[in-house]
Design a protein around this ligand. Sequence first.
Ligand SMILES: CC(C)(COP(=O)(O)OP(=O)(O)OC[C@H]1O[C@@H](n2cnc3c(N)ncnc32)[C@H](O)[C@@H]1OP(=O)(O)O)[C@@H](O)C(=O)NCCC(=O)NCCS
Length: 170
Amino acid sequence: MDWPEWRQMQTADIAGVVTVAATAFRDHFEDRVCFEERLALYPQGCFVLAVSGEVEPAVQGYLIAYPWPFEAIPPLNSLIGSVPPCEEGLYLHDLALAPAVHGQGHAAPIVERLADHARRCGAPRITLVSVNGSVPFWQRMGFSVVPTSPVIGRKLATYGPGAAYMARVL
Ligand SMILES: CC(C)(COP(=O)(O)OP(=O)(O)OC[C@H]1O[C@@H](n2cnc3c(N)ncnc32)[C@H](O)[C@@H]1OP(=O)(O)O)[C@@H](O)C(=O)NCCC(=O)NCCS
């Protein structure tokens, strides 16, 4: 396979995104319409890792982020309707790579690209919910675990054991 590169997500990429998500987040199914909605609401925060010019399966990874208030967690597998201004901060909803491209250094460049975008649009931080035992990975990406209130703790519990709310201050 040729070396894949990150680029902005397009509507035609959604099928590939859904395929990568199904493998990466087996315990956190989200319907295709959720991905379509995020892309429609905030395309500037949606990226795919893909081999240019290649037909299916071109998508080898994706990142989805959008503005969302601090200490709030969007419900899983749900439509959100609208997003607040970027100044509220960005929420990194998903970062996932196909197993074939794990361990090749593709994660850091897109996290840094998102951080650059977040700074430019005036976001003070990026937040996320870490699952799949990924806390050490996110710490390497500059995120720290945020101590949570009982309300946030109850929402986190819906993500399964070991889920953690994390933030990277910009
Ligand atoms: C999380 C994920 C995107 C990381 O991708 P990756 O290809 O392994 O990451 P990279 O090779 O770019 O690694 C980046 C750095 O993080 C480190 N790292 C990766 N996974 C790690 C882990 N679980 N614990 C500690 N460090 C980790 C790497 O060693 C590397 O460090 P280095 O820069 O010093 O060499 C990938 O494993 C994935 O798609 N997982 C399934 C979906 C998922 O769990 N997403 C995150 C949940 S919120």
